[in-house]
Design a protein around this ligand. Structure first.
Ligand code: NAD
Length: 477
């Protein structure tokens, strides 16, 4: 294979090819052709990574949290200096615009910085009373699996707290978007991270997870991806009782009440919906609108969505790039066809653009019957369903009528309605009168089939620590 770029594995502080020199092609979402390649780890490579993590774990755990934190802060500075180049690579592989990729890297930098800065505080022991102390210890080696939609910041949300807490990590980056892992690991290495503390692998996902989870050295599994794969991994982790943090899919509702300011609501929903061509776990996918404002809302959102400029991700005028891979195009076709076959009305979009690249336009469906697949499967793309509601309890029931429970959003100025919705919506995160995502300093996690465990902030940090209770009998005075 001749490619402009080949990404290697990073094992025990050294960049190297797979032991059998196998590579996986990286496909451009713009040309649909391979333009780079990534090494595909063998069982031997994974054993080397496990051994390296084992060898380095004691010294890393014994290093003071302040020193570990300083390495993370230095890595965040190094990464900040190369944001432009890293964002171009991410955009080329993933299809998101340069502006979106740059924003993602900014959040990546902030995440390393936050965890580095707070390492000392979050590793400090606490006192229950004069006889009892809770010590916090690193939980051990982490196997981290990150996907292709936000390949940089999702690595940061696992790696930064794990390292700051004193864990060693074997990270499997997404094969579709390998450069993020490479840039991040390079920054950590340059910042002085000891060899073996982070090992970066790519390859056949099922082979890698099976191999790593079969090792008793691995104490924590952290995964972001689909519910189906999350369940497989949770089963595989049972044998060695690895602690799991699973950030899985979503099918997030937005409730637009009759007093909502549509001037604010429509652009806010569109921006969050169509970022990364709709391939975000917390993107809104179902809008429920009070009947009195339904017609006006539908006209406004359809007109605004029609005006979104779709194009090459490196064109500064582009507002939405292509989808990441052919699998997503097939899923969009299947979901739209199924909904239309069952009687849904296509208000906008609905077919792939007739040009090279995985371009799918903003798609709006109304009158979608409750058994349509698009209302139950995570769409993970630029498809939005819109439906009217008559009273707030009906809206809450409808909003909760999926297996997912990641995020929910609503727009209203009325205090009682706000209370009813915040109380009634089943989700790990709720945003009111705007749509907000994750941040370095706050916890994020799902309920129901969206997974369990938390990432971000203090709660996310604790995922990588064990508590040790010290009971001491004080001499009587
Ligand atoms: P997929 O389910 O095959 O893969 C999802 C992710 O899991 C990928 O990163 C993949 O590399 C990884 N993966 C797959 N099998 C694995 C295994 N056995 N062990 C370890 N990792 C494994 O689907 P896909 O086509 O890549 O993505 C589409 C679906 O995945 C979407 O419909 C969406 O539900 C989900 N997804 C969710 C997120 C998220 O942010 N929660 C991100 C990406 C994908």
């Amino acid at each position: 294979m001749s490619h402009t770029r080949s990404h290697q594995l990073f094992i025990d502080g050294v960049w190297r090819n797979a032991s059998d020199r196998a590579f996986i092609p990286v496909i451009s979402p713009v040309t649909e052709r391979p333009f780079a390649a990534v090494a595909s780890a063998t069982a031997q490579d994974l054993d080397d990574a496990l051994a390296a993590a084992d060898r380095s774990s004691k010294a890393w755990a014994n290093m003071s949290p302040k020193e570990r934190g300083a390495i993370l802060v230095e890595a965040s500075n190094l990464l900040a200096n190369k944001i432009d180049a890293a964002a171009r690579d991410l955009s080329e592989e993933q299809g998101k615009t340069i502006a979106e990729a740059t924003g993602e890297y900014r959040r990546t930098v902030e995440t390393f910085e936050w965890n580095g800065t707070h390492a000392e505080r979050l590793c400090a022991a606490s006192q229950i009373d004069e006889n009892r102390t809770i010590k916090l210890e690193p939980a051990g080696t982490v196997a981290a699996f990150t996907p292709w939609n936000f390949p940089a910041v999702l690595i940061a949300r696992k790696l930064a707290p794990a390292l700051a807490a004193g864990c060693t990590v074997i990270l499997k980056g997404a094969e579709e978007t390998p450069s993020a892992g490479v840039h991040i690991v390079e920054a950590l290495h340059e910042a002085g991270l000891p060899k073996g503390v982070v090992n970066l692998v790519f390859g056949v996902p099922a082979k890698i997870s099976t191999h790593l989870l079969a090792s008793p050295s691995v104490k924590i599994l952290t995964f972001t991806g689909s519910t189906a794969v999350g369940k497989q991994l949770a089963k595989a982790s049972a044998e060695n009782l690895q602690r799991c943090i699973l950030e899985l899919g979503g099918h997030s509702p937005v409730v637009v009440c009759d007093d909502a300011d549509l001037e604010t609501a429509v652009p806010a929903i569109l921006e969050y919906k169509f970022e990364c061509a709709g391939q975000s776990c917390n993107a809104p996918s179902r809008v429920l609108v009070a009947r009195s404002v339904y017609a006006e809302f539908l006209t406004r959102i359809t007109d605004a969505a029609r005006a979104i400029k779709i194009g090459a991700p490196d064109d500064p005028a582009t507002q939405m790039g292509p989808m990441a891979n052919a699998r997503r195009i097939e899923a969009m076709q299947r979901l739209v066809q199924d909904a239309v076959d069952r009687g849904a009305r296509l208000e906008l979009g609905g077919a792939r653009l007739d040009q090279e690249g995985y371009y799918w336009p903003p798609t709006i469906l109304t009158e979608v019957p409750s058994d349509a697949k698009v209302l139950h499967e995570e769409p993970f793309g630029p498809i939005l369903t819109i439906a009217p509601f008559d009273d707030i309890n009906e809206a809450i029931d409808e909003a909760n009528a999926t297996e997912y429970g990641l995020a929910a959003y609503f727009f209203t100025g009325d205090a009682l309605t706000k209370e009813a919705l915040t109380h009634g919506l089943s989700a790990g995160s709720i945003s009111v009168n705007f749509l907000k995502g994750v941040s370095a300093d706050s916890p994020y996690g799902g309920i129901k089939q969206s997974g369990y465990g938390y990432e971000g902030g203090e709660h996310g940090f604790r995922s990588f620590q064990n508590l040790k209770l010290i009971n001491e009998l004080q001499p009587s005075r």
